[in-house]
Structure formats: structure tokens, C-alpha cells
Design a protein around this ligand. Structure first.
Ligand code: ZN
Length: 376
């Protein structure tokens, strides 16, 4: 209970009561916290329960990769005790927002302790040193071998991936020209490019796509809430335990669904490369015409490479994503005769009436959508 409330009550008890109800209402007033995107927001709601009031910045069907914070976001962050972020450079805009909001609470990196999937180093080198390609292969021969062992499915597409990076470099100007709605923020995007030199961070940020990582998120959320609000620590931990039990049960379900699929139909195409953690855990292979951030756009070479691969490997279904423009995927499906297998929820939940309104619903829906499309 704050001093301000005490003063208010003692000075004008009648008004305070009429405005805010009886004393007990004060002690159970929920703690204001912010989560950057809908999937994380749902996790914080589950763990926080009645003791926490969650404001989510990037809502259902929103794309956090290219989000532009609003003045309302700044107000929410300014009044928050805790700011839950995914980390792994998913929210490229969060530092500026926190600074602009004079945020003086605690920032919680929900992926702390997750085993992050790194970008293949070869891709980074080639992006920066196109001409040195052959020399690099020699220098890193041992390392390349390890990389192939880890990413068998990508081995034969290394050439295509390199082409993709090259093309992105050349088409940066076009990309920005196409995103008229983002005109205001061009300067910020360029600042990011200058700082990092790439569209993406060093790691794949989509860690939530593995339910075993969801368990880590929930643990981090519970401990952060408990530290900020020790009176309700037991409640947060109990909520997290219940949530984690559901995650573990669903993890086993998804694993069973995916391992039951025929070996020959375990490669699928999605809009952007958001399912690396799903793939590592559940055994499917995901290919995408663009990389791990929706900031980049597929080039003609990217699209041609995907089309060639779909034909060569007999990939039967491509999946659209709720957060991305799916015209390209539709075009790829038309050209190859591959069916649209359904919609996958990668980086955002659906609306409350949709099939992926919670984290658990999203993971279940994605798995059943994949299983139905690939099953027979
Ligand atoms: Zn993404």
C-alpha cells in the first residue's frame, strides 16, 4: 500500500471509498505490467492471474518484427512495474520505447536460459564477404562440417540461401519503397541496419515455438512477478506450475502427432522462417522464401529456389501465416500445384474468437493443422 493511498483515505475517506470501494480493493489492486507481444502477454496473464494487469503492445495478428510503437504504448510502459520482452532481438524497437517512456521498472527477458538457435555462420560471412566465399570455405572446413551435421536439411540449399542474402542487399531500396505505410519510420529502420548490419540478430528469436522453451518463459515470468510483488509470490509460482503442467502435456501430444507423420511428408513451406525451434523439437523441416524477420522481402531468386525445391522434393503443402502478406505463398502454391495446408500462427495469437487465442491453443492448432495437411 502506497503512501499516496493512505493519505487519500485518511483525508477523504468517504470519497476514497466511493471511488475505489472498500479497503480490500486496495490490497488486491493488480500490478500493472507490459508484455511486448500477444503470445508473451498470454503467458504473463496465465502466471500473473488476478494480481496482474497486463497491457500487450503488439496485439493478435500483429507483426512484432516491424512494429511501430504508439503514444499509448509509451504511456503503458511508463506506468508499468515490469516490462516483459522476448529478447533475442525480436523487439528491435523496445530500447527506444523504454527510453522514450522513461521506464524505470524492471525489464524481464523471458527467454533467459533458453538454448538459442544461432544463425548459420556461413550465411553471415557470405553476406558481408561475398567475394571471399571460396577462401572462407577452406578456412572453415571443420566448422562447415559441424554445421552440416546440425542442419542436414539446409545443406543442399546453401547456395540458394546465399543467393537470398545477396538479393536482399540489392533490393533494400525497393523494399522500403514498397512499405509505404512505414514511411515515417524509415530512419529508424536504417539506424537498425547501420547498427547491426543485418535484418536480424545473432539468434533466431522465435523460441516460444518449442513448448519446452515455454516452460522456461513461465519460470522466468513467475520469478520476476514474485520478486516485484513478494506478497503474491506463492500465487505466481502455483499459476506457473499449473501452466507448465499443461505445456508438458501438450508438448507430448505435439511430439506424438509430428512423429506419426510419414517421413516423406515432413517438409513444409511457410512465409517466414519462424519455426526453427518447432523444427528442432518436433522434427519437421520448414522452408521459407524470407528469413527470420518479416522485415526482409523475398527476391525473385528466393521464390525460384523455393519453387524448385517444392517440385524436387514433392512438398505437398505450403502454409500461410496469420501475420504476413500471403500473396507470395499463394503464387508459389499456384505455380507448383502445392496445396495451401492452412494457416499457422507464428509470431502472434489470433483474436479471442479465433483458433489460437492462447499460447496453448496456438501450439495445438499449429500442430493439428500440420498433421491434417501432411497426414495422408
Ligand atoms: Zn517472426
Amino acid at each position: 500500500m502506497t503512501t499516496r493511498r493512505t493519505l487519500l483515505q485518511s483525508a477523504t475517506a468517504a470519497i476514497a471509498l466511493s471511488l475505489a470501494g472498500p479497503m480490500t480493493a486496495f490490497s488486491s489492486e493488480p500490478m500493472p505490467v507490459v508484455a511486448t507481444f500477444s503470445i508473451l502477454g498470454n503467458m504473463v496473464e496465465r502466471v500473473g492471474g488476478e494480481h496482474v494487469m497486463v497491457t500487450t503492445l503488439v496485439g493478435p495478428d500483429g507483426d512484432a518484427h516491424v512494429y511501430q510503437p504508439t503514444p499509448a504504448d509509451a504511456r503503458a510502459v511508463s506506468g508499468a512495474e515490469l516490462l516483459f520482452v522476448n529478447g533475442l532481438e525480436f523487439e528491435g524497437w523496445i530500447d527506444r520505447l523504454a527510453e522514450a517512456s522513461d521506464f524505470d521498472g524492471v525489464r524481464v527477458v523471458s527467454t533467459d536460459g533458453v538454448e538459442a538457435i544461432a544463425f548459420a555462420e556461413g550465411d553471415e560471412h557470405h553476406e558481408e564477404h561475398e567475394g571471399e566465399e571460396h577462401a572462407e570455405h577452406d578456412d572453415h572446413e571443420e566448422h562447415e562440417g559441424e554445421e552440416h551435421a546440425e542442419h542436414d536439411d539446409h545443406e543442399e540449399h546453401k547456395g540458394e540461401e546465399h543467393a537470398e542474402h545477396d538479393d536482399h542487399k540489392e533490393h533494400e531500396g525497393e523494399e522500403h519503397a514498397e512499405h509505404d505505410e512505414h514511411d515515417k519510420h524509415e530512419g529508424e529502420e536504417h539506424a537498425d541496419h547501420d547498427h547491426h548490419g543485418h535484418h536480424h540478430g545473432a539468434f533466431d528469436p522465435h523460441a516460444w515455438q518449442n513448448l519446452a522453451n515455454g516452460v522456461i518463459y513461465a519460470g522466468n515470468i513467475a520469478e520476476a512477478l514474485a520478486a516485484a510483488d513478494p506478497d503474491n509470490a506463492e500465487s505466481y509460482r502455483a499459476n506457473a506450475d499449473a501452466f507448465i503442467a499443461e505445456m508438458k502435456a501438450l508438448d507430448a501430444e505435439v511430439l506424438a502427432l509430428m512423429t506419426a507423420l510419414p517421413e516423406s511428408s515432413r517438409t513444409v513451406v511457410t512465409s517466414h522462417d519462424a519455426f526453427g525451434y518447432f523444427s528442432a523439437r518436433y522434427g519437421l523441416t520448414f522452408e521459407a522464401p524470407v528469413g527470420m524477420s518479416t522485415e526482409s522481402e523475398a527476391s525473385a531468386a528466393d521464390v525460384a529456389a523455393i519453387i524448385t525445391q517444392i517440385r524436387k522434393e514433392g512438398i505437398s503443402a505450403v502454409f500461410v501465416e496469420s501475420i504476413t502478406d500471403n500473396r507470395l505463398l499463394q503464387q508459389i502454391a499456384n505455380e507448383t500445384g502445392a496445396a495451401i495446408g492452412g494457416t499457422l500462427y507464428s509470431d502472434a495469437l489470433s483474436g479471442a474468437d479465433g483458433p489460437a487465442a492462447t499460447y496453448l491453443d496456438m501450439m495445438r492448432y499449429n500442430a493439428t493443422t500440420l498433421a491434417q495437411a501432411l497426414g495422408s
